[in-house]
Design a protein around this ligand. Structure first.
Ligand code: ZN
Length: 517
């Protein structure tokens, strides 16, 4: 095909037009980005994401600090005053406010302050609610509400300290702010496998303290890249959330000594009602955070135990167990501590009833295995098994009346005859189905046997001499009865070396890796 001179000219003109159009629109966009929101009234939510900024792309970030305010209450806050104080002394510093939803009443933020709302809007792209895309400095200073900057050199000191740490474990530098109670440096150990966070007091040094968590209000300086590489950088309560995540990464925080950062702190929550509102919101957000992180037990620095898992009135933490492998094993976690606690409590209760009513019992299967290994329930086990003498059942009022159905006793435990076979089950409560199973055996020619069997390999007959005599054994905080020579008893049921070589119940589905012990 031949192209005439006219056609060529026309094509050229079109291309030129398109190029002009492109450059004009780009220039307009740049102008819009530079233009700041008017200072009067409430700033609109941020709507111009910075293109090309990925998480961790520190190369595109410049030096300096962005001030970030994340935690404040709509009904009483000083965010606008905080922003003005920083902008007055350090007008060049970007200031970003992050809120879950558009604050109401609106914040009267000074010109240039960016408000990022985390709640996605259906008419906006997702970048709009990603604060990291609005932060272009290498560092972020997280500032609690009410803390006003009065001396620029306080910022310089924080920066110098963090830069001085180089590539060491200290990745956060903090300074206390004026508050009713002093900020504390704590050691935090988080074991996700055990669903537990343990705080302990940390010793303080002369040039400030290095630890893994802070309690109380402080400003925190952190590299932008570090902050936004956390799993969930801005979850509330912010300090609790940040330090759980940083301690899991082995990062430390240095708490500086000396005068508080910002010598005038606006007093927050003037009324008892507002303080109550804040307290109850904090309780809520703390529980939500621990639920999201899968932390069910928190041991505070003073030793106080806090539980966020299942209770007698709630469902147990895991669903029906398939293939002997509870869901938490696939998450590389062990039995939630609340469940272990409920199992111990139920075991203690049931054993007490069996003993007082004259039913001979012994620790069975995996329960005996746990007792032999460490005098407790195996840390990934999900129930407790006891063997009982079939002929003793009439001695126990609860068991003998259980021809069918179930009964809830005065303490809320549910006794039932299991539909799966000829055994009994005592549940922690009607809601929480953690349970102790009772397996009735009888003697036939010196062999302990029963009439129905499960497909578990440990569910086999055994010589009666293991029960003559029954011997006391420490288990889950009590003294319980167990077969004599429990080592041979266990090897007969599970195979040789079973006490010394822990393994998950169904290694074909999920194996315990020895390196993780
Ligand atoms: Zn539980």
């Amino acid at each position: 095909m031949r192209i005439s001179f006219c056609q060529g000219l026309l094509t050229g003109a079109i291309v030129l037009n398109l190029l002009i159009l492109y450059y004009v629109s780009r220039a307009q966009q740049q102008m819009m980005e530079k233009r700041r929101e008017p200072g009067k009234g409430a700033p609109k939510r941020a709507s111009l994401p910075i293109p090309g900024m990925g998480i961790g792309s520190s190369s595109s970030r410049g030096p300096g600090i962005t001030i970030l305010v994340r935690e404040f209450e709509d009904f009483e806050n000083y965010v606008a005053d905080v922003a003005r104080s920083f902008l007055k002394i350090r007008p060049e510093l970007p200031f970003v406010v992050v809120a879950d939803t558009l604050p109401y009443p609106p914040l009267a933020l000074p010109e240039g302050v960016r408000l990022v709302v985390l709640k996605p809007a259906p008419d906006q792209p997702p970048q709009v609610s990603r604060p990291e895309l609005y932060i272009q400095t290498e560092y972020v200073l997280v500032v609690p509400d009410g803390v006003e900057l009065d001396l620029g050199r306080q910022l310089d000191r924080l920066l110098k300290e963090l830069e001085g740490e180089g590539g060491g474990p200290v990745r956060l530098v903090a300074a206390p702010v004026l508050t009713r109670s002093a900020v504390q440096c704590l050691h935090l150990r988080v074991s996700l496998r055990e669903w537990t966070a343990t705080y302990a007091p940390a010793a303080s040094g002369s040039s400030g303290s290095v630890c893994t968590a802070l309690r109380g209000d402080a400003v925190i300086l952190i590299r932008t890249e570090d902050l936004f590489n956390l799993s969930t950088p801005l979850s509330k309560p912010l300090m609790t959330s940040i330090f759980i995540q940083t301690s899991l990464r082995g990062w430390k925080v240095k708490l500086l000594e000396g005068p508080a950062f910002g010598s005038n702190r606006r007093p927050l929550f003037s009324s008892a009602h507002n303080q109550w509102k804040v307290d109850s919101r904090l309780k809520e957000s703390t529980a939500r955070l621990f639920r999201e992180f899968g932390i069910k037990r928190v041991i505070q620095a003073e030793g106080k135990d806090q539980w966020y898992g299942c209770r007698k009135e709630t469902e147990r933490c895991f669903g029906t167990v398939l293939d002997d492998t509870p869901d938490y094993l696939y998450l590389d976690r062990w039995t939630p501590p609340c469940c272990l606690r409920a199992l111990r409590e139920t075991t203690k209760y049931v054993i007490n009833i069996l003993e007082t009513s004259g039913v001979r019992y012994w620790l069975e299967g995996g329960t005996l295995l746990g007792a032999a290994r460490h005098q407790d329930i195996i840390p990934w086990d999900y129930d407790v098994d006891l063997g009982i003498y079939l002929e003793d059942i009439p001695n126990c009022d609860y068991l003998k009346s259980l021809d069918s159905g179930s009964l809830t006793d005065a303490n809320g435990y549910v006794w039932e005859r299991a539909v799966e076979g000829n055994f009994y089950r005592v549940q922690y409560s009607e809601a929480n189905h953690l349970h102790v199973d009772l397996w009735p055996f009888y003697s036939r020619n010196g062999v302990m046997t029963k009439d129905s069997w499960t497909d578990h390999k440990q569910d086999v007959e055994f010589p009666e001499h293991f029960l003559h005599p029954l011997v006391p054994m420490q288990f889950a905080g009590i003294t319980a009865y167990a077969p004599n020579n429990h080592q041979s008893f266990l090897e007969l049921k599970f195979g040789e070396g079973v006490v010394e070589n822990p393994q998950y119940p169904n290694p074909a589905k999920k194996r315990l890796e020895k390196s993780k012990l």
